[in-house]
Design a protein around this ligand. Structure first.
Ligand SMILES: [Mn+2]
Length: 249
């Protein structure tokens, strides 16, 4: 029996993304990975954009992903602590997954200390220079009033609008991202600006859709989790070291 001493991080599964026909295969890859880590995982951090769209109405949640949700429930029942971050695609997670899985839902950043190392965790949306339009949209999407209004729309209409919009997102095109260089990678710029005020050993983000492992000043490290359309990447911390890995079934 393996000891339950590893911490896993992944993000950007985009379950339900256009084309929806690709979701079942991706879901099965993710379930395979979760099944493989369930014996040694102490904690699992799913760091945003797990669902391509998610909204919880008072009595209704979106259809689909039952194998994934069932596997998460199995991990939760085995004692794995699950933490879910709101991404820009699934920021409307409220209390359903908390109630069903005992998961903690994180709005923005979460700072943890494990094995004497400090971690700064965030999905990665709306950070660093630029992207003013999204920063404004985020305020609107996260406003209680707008969420209340959206919930008044019939789900067929509300989720339909969201799915049509999401079909034009970068993940739906399926292409891979290019590294912009350290000065232009806004999450690197952001991490460096945080480091000027406070030291963290690790910065872990999703959102960029590009697996990255970059050394930062003062022995700090930036790690991007990539995504699960092209890369199947995740990070694991074994108590001493943080590693970026690719899931190979
Ligand atoms: Mn994403």
């Amino acid at each position: 029996m393996a000891t339950r001493d590893k911490i896993y991080f992944a993000s950007d599964f985009h379950l339900g993304a256009h084309p929806r026909s690709a979701t079942r295969e991706r879901e099965s890859r993710i379930v395979g990975w979760l099944d493989a880590i369930k014996t040694d995982a102490a904690e699992l951090y799913l760091m945003g954009d797990i669902f391509d769209f998610w909204f919880e109405y008072a009595t209704v949640v979106p259809k689909g992903y039952i194998r994934f949700l069932g596997k998460l429930a199995e991990l939760a029942d085995l004692g794995v602590r699950i933490t879910l971050f709101k991404g820009n695609h699934d920021m409307w997670m409220f209390s359903y997954l908390k109630n069903e899985l005992g998961a903690e839902i994180i709005d923005n950043e979460r700072v943890i200390e494990r094995g004497g190392k400090t971690f700064y965790l965030h999905h990665g949306d709306g950070l660093g220079p630029g992207d003013g339009t999204y920063k404004l949209l985020k305020k609107i999407f996260r406003s209680r009033f707008c969420q209340w209004l959206f919930a008044r729309l019939h789900p067929n209409l509300g989720i339909g609008i969201a799915q049509r919009w999401s079909a034009h997102s970068r993940i739906a095109s399926g292409g891979e991202e290019d590294f912009q260089g350290e000065d232009k990678e806004w999450l690197i710029v952001y991490a460096k600006s945080i480091l000027e005020k406070q030291h963290y050993d690790y910065f872990i983000f999703g959102h960029r859709h590009l697996p990255l492992e970059i050394d930062l000043p003062k022995g700090s490290k930036y790690l991007n989790l990539g995504e699960w359309i092209n890369y199947n990447t995740y990070a694991v911390f074994d108590g001493a070291q943080l590693m970026l890995r690719r899931w190979e079934p």
